[in-house]
Ligand binder design. Structure first.
Ligand SMILES: [Zn+2]
Length: 279
């Protein structure tokens, strides 16, 4: 599932392709991708609008238009695909033999941007303004932003009795962390994911803040080398597993102390951690 670093890498790659471009035409091949909105709302909002900025907030891609905005959310495996023109899109999109799955496409003068999610969890939405989207307006501090300081983070931790892992997944507190990078941050900070957020001492809170920032920076570097390739519909991020120290390593030796990494269930999600060195 794409988390903050993956979405940031997508945004940086997308920006030079579409920023300043006018959307000539909107194709909605699979209306489920715009639910609970509908295809005509998206087409009405986006057609003939110019993309002024490409931004990210939490795990959302924001396309700010000269009127209103579009949001893309990849959920589990949504992705972007680029076509050189409308003819190529119609030739390849969703055809039976060797076709490319596309749910929604935006046609520009210089190419076509497709949004695709075979499992149809990902969404493309149109909004008049940011506050209209409940998901976006409830987001907390973005973990890559300047506002995410050790001081602010410590205050947030102090106000929560939830286990650390649940706290980190809560997008209304810190936006952008998912299951993978919250497990990784806790491993680097040597903190037990089951501890209550408010039980952290100031030094531990600082350690966790530092771990989050450095884990995300490292993952972003990895996501940009190689950069996303929207021309290849099979493309996905490579090499991230080599930077993982806890996530997905159940039964393998902890890189710090050698004990076996354990997997437990927390709020319905798998948490990976080392019982020996995460206290
Ligand atoms: Zn360990």
């Amino acid at each position: 599932m794409p988390e903050l670093p993956e979405v940031e890498a997508v945004v940086r790659t997308l920006r030079p392709l579409v920023q300043g471009q006018r959307i000539r035409c909107v194709h909605v091949f699979h209306p489920i991708a715009v639910k609970p909105q509908n295809a005509s709302r998206l087409a009405d909002a986006a057609t003939e609008r110019c993309i002024q900025r490409v931004d990210r907030k939490g795990k959302y891609v924001l396309l700010a238009l000269d009127r209103g905005l579009l949001t893309l959310h990849f959920r589990l495996d949504g992705q972007l695909v680029w076509f050189s023109n409308g003819a190529e899109l119609l030739e390849r999109a969703n055809v039976k033999e060797n076709g490319t799955h596309v749910d929604v496409a935006f046609e520009f003068g210089r190419g076509v941007l497709g949004f695709a999610d075979r499992r149809h969890f990902g969404r493309v939405h149109a909004w008049e303004h940011l506050e209209e989207s409940a998901g976006l307006s409830s987001l907390g501090i973005d973990a890559l932003s300047k506002d995410f300081t050790a001081g602010r983070f410590r205050e947030m931790l102090a106000g929560s009795a939830r286990p650390l892992k649940d706290f980190l997944l809560d997008q209304t507190r810190v936006a952008g962390l998912g299951n993978i990078y919250s497990c990784e941050s806790l491993w680097h900070a040597r903190l037990d994911p089951r501890r209550r957020a408010k039980s952290l001492k100031p030094e531990e809170a600082r350690r966790l803040h530092k771990a989050i920032v450095s884990v995300l920076a490292r993952a972003l570097e990895c996501c940009l080398h190689p950069a996303p390739d929207f021309h290849d519909s099979q493309w996905w991020f490579q090499g991230l597993e080599k930077i993982l120290r806890a996530y997905g390593r159940e039964g393998e030796a902890c890189r710090r102390c050698g004990a076996a990494i354990q997997r437990i269930d927390q709020a319905g999600r798998s948490t990976y951690f080392c019982r020996r060195c995460q206290k």
